[in-house]
Ligand binder design. Structure first.
Ligand code: ZN
Length: 253
């Protein structure tokens, strides 16, 4: 039987829509995207029609995200995403995803670049690793937020020394919001000797990140991130900020 008066039924709204409405999104929203298209072109991305449609509707939105360590947000903007990527090239991401991808935003204190694939899949990019995050923007937002945290999309590479394994540990460390990494084992040697350090600007909390193991001297580095609340930011101009950081080897793919 059809409900004749749907207006009287309580409205059930999925979490992503709720978050987007708070950010003043609507399906009919349209914004100019000249700056986005220029940035994508300069960085060598092939912009497909679905990306143009998405950006016209979503570019410029800041979506509030509840994280264990406090406030965070997802930023939709190809121009911002392009400016934030200090590693890799369009061709590398396309090769990893298996389809053309376009950066359309940033998330997770800007540790993660958000990519839209030509086949409609969504990806998070961390330290040159692309991870699937769903098949539409709503799935992406829900997978990237909420109680499950960022660790959900990782299906476990099984390769202990891979960059992906390191990123997974990093996500755990940041999600916990303790300000240190001592409670997590090293993905390469299994010892509890991990160190995390943000080096940057303590006022703005913009920084680069060093994450390494003091036992086996492996690790990863991320550029241009925001240090989450609870993590100390060591001043970038001070040699003492990195004087005790060992010369560690970056984990390979
Ligand atoms: Zn180790």
């Amino acid at each position: 039987m059809l409900i004749e008066n749907p207006g009287s039924a309580p409205e059930v709204v999925r979490p992503a829509i709720r978050a987007l409405r708070k950010a003043r999104w609507s399906p009919s929203r349209r914004v100019p995207i000249d700056a986005d298209l220029r940035a994508l072109e300069e960085d060598g991305y092939r912009v497909f029609p679905a990306a143009v449609d998405f950006l016209r509707n979503f570019s410029g939105l800041f979506v509030d995200v509840r994280r264990p360590y406090g406030h965070d947000e997802i930023i939709f903007s190809a121009a911002e995403a392009c400016a934030g990527i200090s590693w890799g090239l369009a061709a590398e991401y396309t090769e990893q995803a298996g389809v053309a991808v376009v950066p359309v935003g940033e998330a997770f204190s800007r540790h993660m670049t958000v990519f839209l694939g030509e086949d409609g899949r969504w990806f998070g990019g961390y330290d040159q690793v692309l991870v699937e995050f769903g098949t539409d923007v709503f799935e992406f937002i829900e997978n990237a937020t909420g109680d499950k945290g960022m660790s959900v999309p990782y299906k476990g590479s099984g390769v202990r020394s891979s960059r992906r394994a390191w990123v997974k540990k990093l996500v755990t460390v940041i999600d916990a919001g303790r300000g240190d990494a001592a409670f997590v084992s090293c993905p390469t040697c299994s010892k509890y000797r991990l160190e995390i350090r943000y080096v940057g600007f303590p006022e703005t909390r913009k920084a680069y990140l060093l994450f390494w193991c003091d036992a086996c001297l492996r690790g990863i580095q991320l550029s241009r991130v925001w240090a989450p609340e609870g993590f100390r930011v060591w001043p970038i101009g001070d040699p003492a900020s990195v004087a005790d950081v060992p010369d560690f080897k970056h984990a390979v793919r």
